[in-house]
Each structure stands twice: as C-alpha cells, then as structure tokens.
Ligand binder design. Structure first.
Ligand code: FES
Ligand SMILES: [Fe+2]
Length: 378
C-alpha cells in the first residue's frame, strides 16, 4: 500500500456487474418519495438529497409543499438553514426571500441601486400522495407525463390500513433493492420467520420491470404468525416486482407492500416502506380485525414486527456496505437469479440516463456470460 486511500470504483471504472450496480445512481426522470408528510409541519423547511443534489423542501403556511435548489443565490448558504415566511423561503443570512417559483421576491436589506437583481432558483415539482411527499428531480416537462405508482388499495373510502415506515440506511440503493426481494436471507430473520423455505418460481425481466415469485411460507414465525390471517390468506407464495425505481410485493392480494427508495449517494439511501393489509388477525385471538381497528393494530405490528424486521435488514445492508467498501474487488458470488436481474436493470437504467445526458448512443448491452450463469456476476 502506498498510503493512498483506495475505494470502490466509480461507474465507468467498474469491472463487473456488482461494482457497476454499487456505483450506479438512479434515473431522475421519475417521481421519488422524499419525506413523510407527517414529518413536515406548515412553516418548516428541510433538506432532502437526491443523488448528491441538495434540495430545500418547505411547507408554506397554507400547508402547500415547495422545493427548490438548496443554495441561496447570494452567498450559497443552504436555504434549508433558513425560515418559511408565509409562502416564501427566506435565507437566514441577509434575508433574501424566494417565492415558490424560485424568484427572488424581496430582501431584508436595502439593495445598492435600489432594485432587486433578477435571480431565480431551480424549482422542482412536488406532490403529496399516500402520506408521502414526492418530488420530480428530472426534466420538469416529464413530471406531468410520468406518474407516481397507482395504489388503489390506499385511496378512497374502503382503503386498507397502512402506516408508513422510513429509514435512512448507510448502504447503496441497489443493496436495499437486492435485500427486499432476495428470500435467500431467511436466516437473518430466523427469530421472526416472515418467510421460510423460499423457492424461486419466476424471474422475468419485462422492460424495466423484474417480476419475481417465490413459493414460501409467509408469516409462520411466533410473532409474524400472530398477525397474519392464514385462514383468509393463502400464504404459500408471494409475488414481487422491481418496478424501476420502485419495488413491491403481493401475497394473495391481501398482504402487500411498496418500497420507494431515495438514492442519496453511493453509501446512503432513504427507504420508505408502505405495508398494507386487507386482513389481519388480532394477536392471540382467532378473529379478523374490523377495518376501523386495522390502523391501530398495524401501528402495533409496525412496532413489534415490521419495524424490528426491517431494522434487521438495515443492519445487514449497512454491514454489506462496509464489507463492500473494504473488499469491493472480491470475487462476486451471487446465487439468486433475481438479484442479478435487479442489478442488470439498475445498471442499464443508469447507462441510459448517462447516455441521454451526454447525448450519446447507448452502449450495446452485454450478454450474460457462462460464468455469470454459474453464480459469479463478473
Ligand atoms: S447568503 Fe442568503 S441572503 Fe445572503
Ligand atoms: Fe429481510
């Protein structure tokens, strides 16, 4: 060693699929969940980061959400260090005040020459849905064309109970996506046994979606079995999908979840989980829970089951990130076809984005090698 710190390669230098996946960003031309609505009160501002890009997200006094580049045009202070005044975002230093459209509207001091400079910051489309705040970091013209995923079960009168959970993990987003759809890690959850004995029965990439199915026993553990209503729900198989850049699962149309990742940088990801249930049991009693009580039971299940389960996943992906940073050049061994399929989509989507940005044609896709079929994803 010559004392120079060596870290994982960047996307262009990566020599195998795993390294490419671990260096890839995510295509900004999608809606991304950036925060839970319940965390942002009117009159407050927070910083959100989409793939190293800092954005000030604020909630005006009237409850509406707005987002703009997190950099005052004057001396580049983060606007997330500032205040909200009515519908304006105010920089904390000299009090420059920005309208929701990013235009400088007023300053707290006299301007030399008397007139305001023409200043406008980039703004981002923002929407609220499913208790989450969504932001479109890409080409704003596409924001109207591309949509937040439709989740009919979470809307309207008879909507299913759902309590969102979010985590910030020190791990690359591809590790998080690999984790949630890779059922070979039942060992990690041996205490809760949310799934057992998984056999992959489908792994098919269609466009930007990877469809996966497992034959598995869902919710057989001591704690998970308390909540899962196996009389009403067929818990012997599960469908999952990496619907780029989102991920979902479906157990017999009765237990579902979506995961929305917010890629922050190569080693940080925010993960927003929405678990929702058509049918839950009251723990210890063989009775079905009336719809009105579902939200309360879900809160309990989030606390005693889903939260701790996901904390185990957080522990694992953070440890994987650490291991990867130390041993990024170790021979990649991957035995779950689904994981390689996810990584292929993540890498291809990032290549496509870079090619669009640089105005270049897409490089030809690499065919899988015999070696990769045998378990090494080089
Ligand atoms: S740095 Fe923002 S107002 Fe001066
Ligand atoms: Fe897990």
């Amino acid at each position: 060693m010559n004392g120079v710190a060596v870290g994982p390669p960047g996307f262009e230098e990566a020599v195998n699929l795993r390294q490419r996946a671990r260096a890839a960003g995510m295509d900004p031309d999608y809606w991304y969940a950036v925060e839970e609505v319940r965390n942002i009160q009117p009159g407050s501002v927070v910083e959100v980061v989409f793939w190293k890009r800092s954005i000030a997200l604020y909630r005006a006094a009237d409850g509406s959400f707005h987002a703009m580049d997190n950099r005052c045009a004057h001396r580049q202070l983060k606007l997330s260090l500032g205040q909200v005044e009515g519908c304006r975002l105010v920089c904390s230093y000299h009090g420059w005040k920005y309208d929701p459209d990013g235009q400088l509207a007023e300053t707290a001091h006299e301007m030399l020459g008397g007139s305001l400079p023409k200043v406008s910051l980039r703004t981002y489309p923002v929407k609220v849905r499913y208790g989450l705040i969504w932001l479109f970091p890409g080409d704003p013209e596409l924001a109207e064309v591309l949509h937040i995923p439709e989740i009919p079960e979470l809307e309207g009168k008879g909507r299913w109970a759902c309590v969102p959970l979010s985590f910030t993990w020190s791990a690359h987003h591809s590790m998080v996506i690999d984790n949630v759809s890779d059922f070979t890690h039942a060992w990690l959850h041996r205490r809760y046994r949310p799934f057992d004995g998984a056999t992959l029965t489908r792994c098919e990439t269609i466009g930007d979606d990877v469809h996966v199915a497992y034959d598995t026993s869902v919710g057989r553990g001591r704690i998970s079995g308390l909540f899962v209503d196996r009389k009403r729900v067929d818990t012997d198989s599960m469908k999952l999908c990496y619907q780029y850049p989102y991920q979902w699962s479906n157990t017999d149309e009765a237990i579902k979840h979506w995961l929305f990742v917010l890629p922050i940088d190569e080693r940080t990801t925010r993960a927003f989980f929405l678990f929702y249930f058509k049918s839950l049991k009251i723990p210890l009693l063989p009775i079905h829970i009336p719809r009105l009580a579902m939200a309360s039971v879900l809160k309990i299940s989030n606390r005693v089951l889903i939260g701790p389960l996901l904390a185990q996943d957080g522990f694992a992906v953070e440890a994987e990130q650490e291991g990867y940073e130390r041993h990024f050049d170790a021979r990649p061994l991957e035995f779950n076809l689904a994981v390689r399929a996810f990584q292929n989509v993540t890498v291809r989507k990032w290549q496509e984005y870079l090619a669009r940005e640089n105005g270049t044609a897409m490089p030809a896709r690499e065919p899988p090698t015999a070696d990769s079929e045998a378990g090494a994803d080089a």
